[in-house]
Design a protein around this ligand. Structure first.
Ligand SMILES: *Cc1c(COP(=O)(O)O)cnc(C)c1O
Length: 395
């Protein structure tokens, strides 16, 4: 296992448990970004000179690493975007806006991130699409409940592999099998799964996935959109401009090959190049090791939290790397601010998942493999200061 010396942010005397929002970046990612600016700063696809060729090679290399990381069949099925949100929007408006007809139905879960709900709500307004929500009872989605919602009109299931609040892990392979039998496509929001577990798009058979580099030790400003080639061929670009056209006049626009037609304009070159080091870093540790380490950390955290009688844990039985809690009578925002006074970073509120009326605000502790048992002890010690917490909250 890599140690804390890999991360500059690990020297800062803070305990960082907001990894579901973004993760720390190792030195090697930061150095790789700097290397581009220091040594071969040039645009991509534009030059006839060595440093520009180098840029194209590096971007191509990252694309190859992403392809292998998710076991895609082809490198050109990997499209670079800004983030998960942009990937999901491109999927919704570049593909499904044309693919869906009035009266069609989309199934979403009620615990999706806003980025996997709002694009579909906007699309449903444009096209008279019906959105059907499946609920996650006790923070866990039941496949039987999805089955019940499927009708002859269902054309799409769009769902997170692991949810960002309660860490509900969905069996994507089974969902894809069920969906494909009925001619339904499956979009997976992998923002919380790609950083934590092995993704294999050929094994699951998923049609589209979206994730962000910044939640997996990579830079901000880089997202991935994967789609099966036969579907990408039917997708239309969402932005138009330089680098995506072969020839054009007033009547006719000839697009360049996939994936470049979906990447018009100058890409986020430095960060795409930096992302390669994040993938290599995760690969060197191994996704199995990451998953196992986080499982142990989470078990330890839950065991210790359970010893504190006034703490309510909401998602003990889930598998993701988040634990959501509350203290009786304390607003989650106050608890978050109290922990901040101890140098502990957590997130409170609804965590961008606002659908469903009964969702309470919670404090989310989200782990990544570089967290330690010692950091959990610091959190537990802080949470044991019951009187201090109540005083802080003015109760
Ligand atoms: C973070 C997150 C997103 C959005 O990711 P961005 O990088 O902010 O676009 C979408 N879905 C889930 C499940 C997330 O955790």
């Amino acid at each position: 296992m890599k140690d804390k010396n890999d991360f500059p942010m690990k020297d800062k005397n803070i305990v960082y448990f907001d990894n579901a929002a973004t993760t720390f970046k190792p030195y090697r990612v930061i150095n790789k970004i700097n290397e581009y600016y220091l040594d071969y700063n040039a645009n991509s696809h534009r030059g006839d000179y060595d440093i520009s060729f180098k840029v194209d090679d590096e971007i191509d290399y990252t694309r190859d690493l992403v392809k292998m990381f998710i076991n895609a069949k082809r490198k050109d099925e990997i499209i670079f975007t800004k983030n998960t949100t942009e990937s999901l929007n491109i999927i919704a408006f570049g593909f499904f806006l044309n693919y869906l007809n009035d009266g069609d139905e989309i199934i979403l879960s009620s615990s999706e991130h806003a980025s996997n709900i709002l694009p579909w709500l906007i699309l449903s307004a444009k096209k008279k699409i019906k959105i059907v929500f499946v609920d996650s009872k006790d923070e866990k989605l039941n496949i039987e409940d999805i089955k019940e919602k499927i009708t002859s009109k269902t054309r799409l299931i769009s769902i997170a592999e692991i949810t960002n609040v309660s860490g509900d892990k969905r069996d994507i392979k089974t969902i894809c099998k069920l969906a494909h039998k009925c001619g339904i496509l499956v979009v997976v929001d992998a923002a919380q799964s790609a950083p934590h577990i092995k993704i294999d798009v050929q094994d699951t058979g998923v049609d589209f996935i979206a994730f962000s580099a910044h939640k997996m030790c990579g830079p901000t400003g880089v997202g991935v959109l994967y789609g099966k080639m036969e579907l990408l061929k039917k997708m239309v670009p969402y932005t138009f401009g330089g680098g995506m056209n072969e020839n054009y006049n007033e009547e006719h626009l000839e697009l360049v090959e996939i994936p470049y037609r979906f990447e018009s304009g100058t890409p986020n070159i430095a960060d795409i190049i930096g992302f390669s080091e994040a993938i290599k870093f995760l690969n060197e540790i191994g996704m199995d090791t990451i998953e196992r380490k986080e499982k142990y950390l989470r078990k330890y955290l839950i065991d210790e939290l359970e010893k504190i009688p006034y703490i309510k844990i909401y998602n003990k039985n889930n598998e993701g790397s988040t634990v959501i809690i509350n203290i009786d009578g304390i607003m989650s925002g106050d608890l978050g601010l109290y922990l901040n006074t101890k140098g502990i970073c957590v997130r409170s509120g609804k965590h961008c998942a606002k659908m469903g009326d009964n969702k309470e605000d919670t404090v989310r502790i989200s782990l990544y493999f570089y967290n330690t048992y010692e950091e959990i002890d610091i959190l537990i010690d802080a949470l044991k200061n019951k009187q201090e917490i109540y005083n802080f909250a003015g109760i």
